[in-house]
Design a protein around this ligand. Structure first.
Ligand SMILES: NC(=O)c1ccc[n+]([C@@H]2O[C@H](COP(=O)([O-])OP(=O)(O)OC[C@H]3O[C@@H](n4cnc5c(N)ncnc54)[C@H](O)[C@@H]3O)[C@@H](O)[C@H]2O)c1
Ligand SMILES: O=C(O)C(=O)C[C@@H](O)[C@H](O)[C@H](O)COP(=O)(O)O
Ligand SMILES: [Zn+2]
Length: 364
């Protein structure tokens, strides 16, 4: 397979997602030449990598600052954002300076949010270190922090100027994190690129191997789906009458409610996997898809070790959590569903009895 793949994200401020191995030489070329100061925002567990990037920037004549944030979802808070703003302020970051976000999706969501808000927006490059970050979180410009009321409730659309996906960084990633990332990859399979599903079905074990060409292929296919969708509808307005960017939210309505209910101890991808099976059951009960396609969700997700059901007895709490989903309009819930394989659609305001019946199907 080619050493480097460049996937172009053709939005109004276009950029490339570079996928390959040993990509450290690429960073200087992606950073704006006039950025004198560069802040490297990284989680505590990525201190070695963050410091190495900071040192390489300093050696190349820039003023490098490392900003360490907590691991995982606990980075996505207003307190952590305020800490980053404080470091940038004390170091004198101006509008021509830049941010590099390194880490999983939580770190890149926070780094992107800081870049979006500092001086109302400075340029940033993202270096995702998880499968999920590479295939999804670092691409497309959705940045966010959580509030106690729910997930990603505060944020902005702010695109990076470049994304570096160095596959060698995945060598330390626990297999459960690989599984979580594969949920978003599989999501891209169901909403747009069924070849992804065929690759997983052919050999689930090889897809879980971060050194395999198959993992690389499905990651690249997932990035291509995301790049295509966000280029058509960056800010999720669906203005051309199609489902647009909301398609990428497949499985997330229930998924986000479960994540919050679990206090973020369940991986994002695991929650989204359950949410996709729920959305598939909802679509079947509404007569949109058949039982075979629902079973395909369970089989593909289950084959890579993702959960496909959730506990009974918590429906009311989950329903309350879903009301703050960004696709809701007033008191109406809206779900991304499939009308057929690779044909996503919106199901606005399902009957409450249908919502409960679909939950019964995943919580037996
Ligand atoms: N902005 C978007 O479009 C978008 C898309 C999908 C998901 N997300 C967000 O992404 C987040 C989930 O991201 P995630 O699944 O990457 O989880 P994460 O960022 O929480 O990272 C998971 C854990 O793995 C560690 N880690 C990261 N890279 C590692 C590596 N190479 N080796 C060993 N450990 C490593 C992290 O420090 C963390 O403890 C959620 O907050 C989700 O909402 C955003
Ligand atoms: O990029 C998008 O658009 C997505 O919906 C991708 C999702 O995988 C991602 O988890 C996203 O952060 C969810 O967005 P939200 O708008 O529901 O917060
Ligand atoms: Zn997601």
């Amino acid at each position: 397979m080619a050493e480097h793949t460049r996937i172009h994200v053709a939005t109004d401020a276009p950029y490339d997602v570079v996928v390959g191995t040993g990509l450290s030489n690429e960073l200087p070329g992606l950073l704006p030449a006039d950025a004198e100061r560069v802040a490297v925002i990284h989680p505590a567990s990525m201190r070695g990598l963050g410091e190495a990037i900071r040192a390489s920037l300093t050696a190349a004549g820039r003023e490098g600052h490392a900003i360490e944030i907590p691991d995982g979802e606990s980075a996505k808070t207003s307190d952590v954002a305020a800490f980053c703003w404080s470091v940038l302020g004390r170091a004198g970051f101006t509008r021509s300076d830049a941010i590099v976000g390194v880490g999983g999706g939580a770190a890149t969501d926070l780094a992107g949010f800081v870049a979006a808000t500092w001086l109302r927006g400075v340029r940033h490059v993202l270096i995702p270190t998880t499968v999920l970050g590479m295939v999804d979180a670092a691409v497309g410009g959705k940045t966010a922090i959580d509030t106690p009321e729910g997930k990603n409730l505060v944020g902005a659309f702010h695109e990076p100027v470049g994304v570096l996906c160095d596959l060698t960084l995945l060598s330390t990633l626990p297999v459960n994190e690989v599984r979580s990332g594969l949920a978003e990859v599989v999501k891209c399979g169901f909403i747009a690129d069924p070849v992804i599903l065929e690759r997983v079905e052919a050999d689930p074990a090889v897809v879980l191997d971060v050194r395999s060409d198959v993992l690389r292929e499905v990651v690249e296919r997932g990035i291509e789906v995301k790049a295509r969708v966000v280029a058509g509808d960056l800010t999720e307005t669906g203005a051309d009458g199609t489902v647009g960017r909301e398609a990428l939210n497949y499985g997330h309505t229930l998924g986000h409610a479960i994540e919050r209910y679990e206090k973020y101890t369940l991986r994002h991808g695991a929650a989204v996997a359950i949410g996709m099976v729920y959305a598939a059951e909802l679509a079947r009960l509404d007569g949109r898809i058949d039982a075979e396609l629902v079973q395909r969700h369970r089989d593909v997700l289950g084959s890579v070790g993702l959960p496909t059901g959730y506990r009974p007895g918590v429906w009311d709490e989950l329903l309350a959590g879903m009301r703050l989903d960004k696709k809701s309009r007033g008191s109406q819930l809206r779900f991304v569903v499939l009308d057929a394989l690779a044909e996503p659609g919106i199901f606005p305001g399902p009957d409450p009895a249908l919502l409960t019946a679909a939950y019964a199907e995943i919580s037996r």
